[in-house]
Design a protein around this ligand. Structure first.
Ligand SMILES: Nc1ncnc2c1ncn2[C@@H]1O[C@H](COP(=O)(O)OP(=O)(O)OP(=O)(O)O)[C@@H](O)[C@H]1O
Ligand SMILES: [Mg+2]
Length: 300
């Protein structure tokens, strides 16, 4: 089997590494964690596997709704990264972030307060922060290499893609996926407030879902317990680390401080809980299915 050290690293993001496999890519999620946009020096063990497991769950569940890039989480995955890596088809990525919002939060809430609309989508008056929207809205942005992503209204999206019909399919696919995932998550105790999809075109030119899907890193996950509009909501996965970080007096600029063991342990448990709530299966089963190193250590 191919060793991870023999592969060609094409990119390393804040939390993932990407390796080239000719017509395919290997996406490896690390255990790195960021709060306030700064990556902490120590990892949360298991986080990369949870993110990969959650994306895989959605890819497998929604492949009949929208085609996606997932090829395998076992065949072709080097032993050292089993459980937190997937082989995907290489796509020509569209230069946009396909964001869907079901609740009013973050930059959506700020835009709404200033203009009564989000990315050109007009909303009813009198909504509060974190309110559920009457319908999910599609609020794409540019995907800037460096610097800030700019909101795009539908007209500007169609211009940027130079293809109105493609823009329409992008909106339709994004909203369909969000509705499906948000409904499933809500029934299992998690509010999927908003999420970001990335799409590309496959070798035949078909619109294909890529990147990661409805993970806590690409979405806002809120606990259903205690949900209350009128203010911001706690993050399902990161709140423990954020509260700790805010309490240290850190100025929230890099470098981020080392997270103490008890906060790491509680954060790890939260990620695993997110996976187990969403899928109704145990995280250990995922590690066994993929032959992750931690299970090989246990079984000898
Ligand atoms: N099937 C695919 N084919 C080609 N590129 C892909 C595919 N799936 C995802 N990508 C791209 O791989 C990259 C994943 O990088 P990653 O998310 O780790 O870092 P980033 O997006 O550059 O930065 P950040 O850490 O802020 O997310 C993205 O640029 C994404 O668009
Ligand atoms: Mg990314």
């Amino acid at each position: 089997m191919v060793a991870i050290t023999d592969l060609h690293l094409v990119a390393s993001g804040k939390v993932r590494e990407i390796y080239d496999l000719d017509d395919e890519l290997l996406l490896v999620a690390s255990d790195r964690i960021s709060t306030y946009d700064a990556v902490h020096p120590n990892p949360v063990p298991g986080k990369g596997a949870v993110l990969t497991a959650i994306s895989t769950f959605w890819f497998e569940r929604t492949r009949d709704l929208v085609p996606n890039h997932l090829v395998s989480v076992t065949a072709g995955v080097p032993a050292a990264v089993r459980g937190r890596a997937m082989v995907v088809r290489k796509l020509r990525m569209l230069p946009v972030e396909a964001i869907v919002r079901g609740y009013l939060s973050g930059s959506g809430w700020r835009d709404y307060q200033q203009t009564g609309a989000v990315s050109g989508v007009r909303l009813p008056a009198g909504l509060r922060e974190s309110d559920r929207l009457p319908e999910p809205i599609f609020t794409p942005t540019t995907k800037a290499g460096i610097g800030h992503d700019e909101p795009l209204d539908f007209e500007r999206l169609a211009e940027l893609l130079a293809d109105r019909e493609l823009a329409e399919r992008l909106r339709e696919s994004s909203v369909t996926l969000y509705r499906h995932a948000a409904e499933h998550a809500r029934a299992n105790g998690i509010i999927l407030a908003d999420t970001k999809f990335e799409f590309g075109l496959d070798a035949g030119g078909a619109l294909t879902l890529g990147d990661e899907v409805c993970t806590p890193d690409s979405s806002r996950f809120w606990p259903v317990e205690g949900y209350e509009p009128g203010h911001g909501q706690p993050s399902f996965d990161k709140q423990i680390a954020r509260d700790w970080a805010a309490g240290t007096g850190w100025d929230k600029l890099p470098p981020a401080p080392e997270i103490p063991d008890h906060i790491v342990a509680r954060t790890r448990a939260r990620y695993i809980e997110a996976y187990e709530r969403l899928t109704g299966t145990s995280f250990t089963d995922w590690l066994v299915r993929t032959g992750a190193p931690e299970t090989r250590a246990v079984s000898g």
